[in-house]
Design a protein around this ligand. Structure first.
Ligand SMILES: Cc1cc2nc3c(=O)[nH]c(=O)nc-3n(C[C@H](O)[C@H](O)[C@H](O)COP(=O)(O)O)c2cc1C
Length: 325
């Protein structure tokens, strides 16, 4: 399948693995890229630019296909060393960067000068238009159903994707709720040039996370996610667990007076315990409603091959069949 996204990134299939904290290590990114998609290393999971340098080199040893690095701009007081991360990305000849969070304008000129393709992940048409205006090559449009931060507008992909298609000139991928061939074909029908998947890629053989995390996703239904940190305007969709239910009680009690410090125990620094040690009640971790569509733990190649072959069956068999000869 050839789309503006496969052309832009030089990949075989229009499928991207979104950056994921403590999931997007070299092993997963390389597996996705080797399977013909675009794998992404999560920059900020690497504590320093030197660590990211080593992770990129590890990925290069595992694949000769294009892969990318995610740079997330967080609402924090002391910013990470973004110039340092950008430097190692450029020095290593990385082909693609996925930016997310705040406006990536401060790093964009450096990335563009180095010939790197930039895809910005955003949750609204106005932010997508802004990304286009400042020179991003593509956007990843994250609907309300997505795992992680869906923004504060609550517009699901059934509306957001055609709205994006109506407004944007640059190509975009559909992100949030994407799991299978039906997701891909529907997203293409709504104007996207591919899909970005997060939660689905955690439940794969190569995702270097604890088995408990994969099993939790397979066991979850579409009813098992919760929105946390809404009063802080930093909404995150997470899988429910003991810590999340406790967090929601605190949010209810504090109401509009809620401070980040009230819920620090449930959200700060919990990812290593969850993803590495498999301590599933350690805190809140991002997970999409799409968990309800995930029932197995294939390899990345099995997953991507299945999506592409079933997409062809849907297009040629089901959709064409509706048309009168
Ligand atoms: C565990 C987890 C961690 C994530 N961490 C990040 C992150 O650090 N930076 C980022 O830009 N997006 C992050 N995301 C969002 C994903 O890249 C992707 O946009 C999202 O998962 C898409 O929705 P889906 O889960 O329904 O596929 C994370 C998602 C998950 C599930």
């Amino acid at each position: 399948m050839k789309t503006r996204i496969t052309e832009l990134f030089g990949i075989e299939h229009p499928i991207i693995q979104g950056g994921m904290h403590y999931v997007g290590f070299a092993e997963l990114a390389a597996a996705v890229s080797n399977a013909g998609g675009l794998g992404i290393i999560t920059g900020l999971t690497q504590k320093t630019p030197e660590d990211l340098d080593a992770e990129i080199k590890k990925c290069k040893a595992l694949t000769d296909k294009p892969f990318g690095v995610n740079l997330t701009f967080l609402p924090v007081l002391t910013a990470p060393d973004y110039p340092g991360y950008v430097r190692v990305i450029i020095e290593n000849g990385v082909k693609a960067v996925e930016t997310a969070g705040n406006n990536p304008q401060s790093v964009l000129p450096y990335l563009k000068d180095a010939g790197i393709k930039v895809i910005h992940k955003c949750t609204s048409v106005r932010h997508a238009l802004k990304a286009q205006a400042i020179g991003c090559d593509a956007v990843s449009v994250d609907g309300f159903e997505c795992g992680g931060h869906p923004g504060e507008d609550d517009v699901p992909n059934m509306i957001l994707l055609p709205r994006a298609a109506d407004e944007l000139d640059i190509p975009f991928v559909a992100s949030g709720g994407q799991a299978d061939a039906r997701s891909l074909v529907a997203s293409l029908a709504m104007g996207a040039d591919g899909i970005n998947m997060g939660t689905r890629f955690i439940a794969t053989k190569e995702a270097p996370v604890h088995e408990h995390v994969k099993q939790a996703i397979v066991a979850a239904s579409e009813l098992d996610t919760r929105l946390v940190m809404r009063p802080l305007r930093n909404t995150e969709r997470v899988l429910t667990n003991e810590a999340v239910e406790k967090l929601l009680v605190i949010e209810k009690e504090k109401g509009k007076d809620l401070q980040f410090t009230d819920i620090i125990e449930q959200v700060a620094g919990v990812y290593p315990r969850i993803m590495m040690e498999g301590d599933m009640d350690a805190g809140a971790w991002s997970c999409g409603m799409v968990a309800g569509l995930i029932h197995d733990i294939p390899t990345c190649k099995e997953l991507i091959d299945r999506i592409m072959s079933e997409a062809e069956q849907i297009i040629r068999g089901r959709l064409e069949g509706f048309l009168a000869a």
